[in-house]
Ligand binder design. Structure first.
Ligand code: CP3
Length: 355
């Protein structure tokens, strides 16, 4: 067995990450981490301080490719995730975007029904072309044994930021708007669906091997609303991507949806689902269809804590999913306080685990 737990001979054309989507069950699952690039890494902080703003970094393809590769080099992970942000689509649609230290993203002006026509006609690619260049540059640097994951925000999560002008502080008011201004909210989600499909196809054409959709704010919605704003739009996106670029795995990560995750796993063109840290992994193992690859689950705060507690929890996932295609990952992204040594210890534990 190769040092990274890879059973296949080195030089294999398909990466270990992609092979699990073809039914492969390696003795050690492929591994990457949400928010694996970012402020917890000293090399990121150093580069970030030279780059100017966070957005400058996202649109500087040389630096963004370097940041994408940093965690893969440091921890020898099986996949890189494009360094960008889910809010680049609103930015490309004309919203002003700033990241205010300690407060998070700020988007202005807040969108309204009158904006939809302009959004529909907007060509997002001139703004987003540096992102496609980041994909191409990263892909050229990555070994053939590593996969490159492209991504976008799910329409609902992106819409929450566009409608609130930043992080959604009052979920009830947005839910109420879904009922009171249904045409507008549905129209916004439809436009975001179309733009997201275009954006992901460009990432795939630039070299992304798989794509993931993050629906961070899908939690807490009554079923018919969840179905309308999250499940159906993600199904539409998965179908369009599969039609345009068959063979590229589509992973859905709707956070906090509990057992409704089963509805996403039923989407014919959904190849993988992310499980969040609140999800009981035994439920996922028993109830999700075997056709769909399960990814993730580990509470990112366990990697802040480190030690035996982290290892015991990692073991739970390794044991439960040892005989099915599984991707080791977190149940949400790393937080900036994560000690890189704990990440290294986690990688070592997973690679040497012999259940
Ligand atoms: O390593 C990776 O995972 C790839 C890059 C990535 C970033 N954001 C970089 C980033 C990805 C996949 C995202 C997704 C993202 N962005 C989501 C969905 C996943 C999730 O975490 O729930 C959301 C909701 C966003 C929106 C966003 N962008 C927020 C809420 C923030 C935090 C603001 C803050 O200041 O803490 C960002 C900024 C951001 N995106 C950073 C990074 C590395 C930190 C910016 C910095 O360096 O200052």
């Amino acid at each position: 067995m190769a040092e990274n737990g890879n059973d296949a001979p080195s030089g294999d054309a398909q990466s270990k990450f992609i092979r699990v989507f073809e039914g492969d069950v390696p003795s050690v699952p492929p591994m990457w981490f949400m928010r694996q690039a970012g402020r917890y890494l000293p090399e990121y902080r150093e580069l970030r301080s030279k780059a100017g703003s966070f957005l400058d970094l996202c649109y500087n393809s040389d630096l963004a490719a370097e940041v994408t590769l940093q965690p893969v080099r440091r921890f020898d992970l099986d996949a890189a995730i494009l360094f960008a942000d889910i809010l680049l689509i609103p930015h490309a649609l004309g919203q002003d975007l700033r990241f205010v230290a300690g407060e998070g993203p700020r988007l202005s002006p807040v969108v309204s029904a009158g904006d939809l026509d302009a959004f529909r006609q907007c060509d997002i690619h001139p703004t987003l072309s540096p992102v496609y260049e980041t994909v191409a540059k990263t892909k050229a640097e990555l070994g053939a044994d590593k996969a490159l994951i492209g991504f976008a925000g799910a329409p609902w999560t992106v819409a929450t930021y566009m409608l609130a002008g930043g992080p959604m502080k009052d979920p009830a008011s947005l839910r109420r708007r879904f009922y009171e201004e249904n045409d507008f909210i549905t129209g916004l989600i439809d436009v975001l669906c179309e733009k997201t499909v275009e954006y992901l196809i460009k990432q795939i054409d630039a070299g992304a091997d798989a794509v993931q959709l993050f629906d961070t704010w899908a939690s807490g919605l009554p079923w018919p609303v969840l179905e309308a704003v999250s499940v159906k739009p993600l199904e539409h996106i998965a179908n369009q991507i599969k039609k345009a670029r068959p063979g590229v795995p589509v992973i859905l990560f709707p956070k906090g949806v509990g057992e409704k995750l089963g509805e996403y796993a039923l989407i014919r063109n959904c190849d993988g689902v992310g499980i969040d840290y609140a999800m009981d992994p035994s439920w996922a193992r028993t109830h999700l269809p075997g056709r769909v690859v399960v990814q993730g689950g580990l509470d990112p705060l366990l990697v802040v804590a480190g030690g035996k507690e982290m290892e015991r929890a990692a073991e739970t996932y390794l044991k439960l999913f040892h005989d099915v295609p599984y991707i080791f990952n977190l149940g949400h992204g790393f937080i900036p306080e994560t000690p890189p040594e704990n990440v290294a210890a986690l990688v070592k534990f997973v690679r040497s685990y012999n259940g």
